[in-house]
Design a protein around this ligand. Structure first.
Ligand SMILES: [Zn+2]
Length: 379
């Protein structure tokens, strides 16, 4: 739906809601009648598409469902100039893709991760419980005019919340989840509930599950930050594994792999000689070890299958961060190229026994990766 259409609709419902408010304030005895009239007007202006209630979704067929414009990329376009100017006033550590952000080592800009996105809300729209992309932290600015209600619980309670969710058949990634504050508190989970007024900024710490409901008409701008600490890196690695270990459905289109290019980030941290303390080196080195073992296994497989291995420099148009075309997972050192010309991961390729690989593109020589690995010395 064009953004303009959504904005017109939002303006319209704001007008009819404030008319009703004025009527109720003037003649409170007929409040129910005025609300009924508002309900009718809302039903009449329901947007096309998924914005009309359906019986199968447990509501009256014509019920007005609030629309929510999400993930609008704050690009270099002129219309976002004000938003970009406001973001520019923030200290470097809070900016999208700031100088110290670990995403700097990821070789790409991912919308919403290290580039801001806007969320345009009407009252009562919800962002269900989630953690950010691979447990990154996030910054959220409320441009207003209305406020938003935030609920979150510290990462320390993640395991308890996760088991509660599993017991009830929910999933962080496959269903919309709205944990009730009283249920969490009964289990002894510390829950924070706070209102973000217009002009307020919320900083969500890494790995923190949170869920949000708009109170009024509000516009929010948000992005992720990946702070250069060992706890953030370990959280990103854990959540990466959590996603990868989830059962993968037959239809890969329903499976969303982790999108943060974690392997690129850790190798680039070593290539670009990022200063690291002992703890960080230990975490990075253990991640490098897994990556190296995986690369060695993939190289061995290509050799056994007599599939030619070609150098990255000899192949045109290989993206800076390569992903499998069918399933979208990030691939690092060995990039199998399908007979139809696209990059495919070994896991997707195994399922297609009749199909052939043209070659496997090698990003770095294994000898070079081993040297990099050895250069991380833990005292
Ligand atoms: Zn794949």
């Amino acid at each position: 739906m064009p953004l303009e259409r959504f904005m017109e609709h939002r303006k319209h419902i704001k007008e009819i809601a404030s008319e009703t408010y004025k009527k109720i304030m003037k003649d409170g005895k007929k409040a129910e009648d005025h609300l009924e009239e508002l309900e009718k007007k809302l039903e009449d202006c329901t947007l096309e598409g998924p914005f009309q209630g359906q019986q199968k979704n447990f509501c009256k067929p014509v019920t007005y469902l609030q629309p929510f414009a999400t993930n609008i990329n704050v690009t270099k376009d002129e219309k976002f100039e004000r938003a970009r100017r406001e973001i520019g006033k923030l200290p470097e550590c809070l900016k999208p893709n700031g100088a110290e952000d670990l995403m700097h080592f990821g070789d790409e800009i991912i919308q919403g991760l290290n580039q801001a996105q806007a969320y345009l809300k009407v009252p009562a729209v919800r962002t269900t419980a989630h953690w950010e992309i691979q447990g990154a932290g996030s910054i959220n600015l409320n441009v207003g005019p209305g406020s938003c209600l935030w609920i979150s619980c510290p990462i320390e309670y993640f395991n308890t919340v996760d088991s509660m969710l599993n017991q009830r058949g929910g999933s962080w990634t496959k269903s919309a989840v709205w944990p009730l504050v009283k249920d969490l508190r009964t289990k002894g989970i510390f829950v924070e509930v706070y209102e973000q007024m217009a002009g307020d900024m919320v900083y969500v710490g890494f790995g923190t599950p949170h869920w949000v409901q708009s109170v009024g008409f509000a516009d929010n701008i948000s992005w992720n930050i990946v702070v250069p600490t060992v706890n953030q890196l370990a959280t990103a690695a854990l959540i990466h594994d959590y996603h990868m270990s989830e059962p993968r459905p037959e239809n890969v289109a329903n499976w969303k792999p982790p999108i943060m290019p974690l392997e690129y980030m850790i190798w680039n941290m070593v290539i670009k000689r990022k200063e690291m303390d002992g703890e960080m080196k230990r975490a990075v080195k253990s991640m490098l070890m897994r990556s190296l073992a995986n690369a060695a296994a993939e190289e061995a497989y290509a050799i056994v299958k007599t599939c030619p291995i070609v150098n990255l420099a000899d192949v045109p148009d290989v993206p800076a961060v390569a992903r499998c075309y069918p399933c979208d997972r990030v691939l690092f050192n060995y990039l199998p190229v399908h007979q139809e010309g696209y990059i495919i991961c070994f896991q997707c390729y195994f399922k297609r026994d009749e199909e052939k690989l043209v070659h496997v593109v090698q990003r770095y020589e294994m000898k070079y990766l081993v040297e990099l690995f050895d250069s991380v010395i833990i005292n």
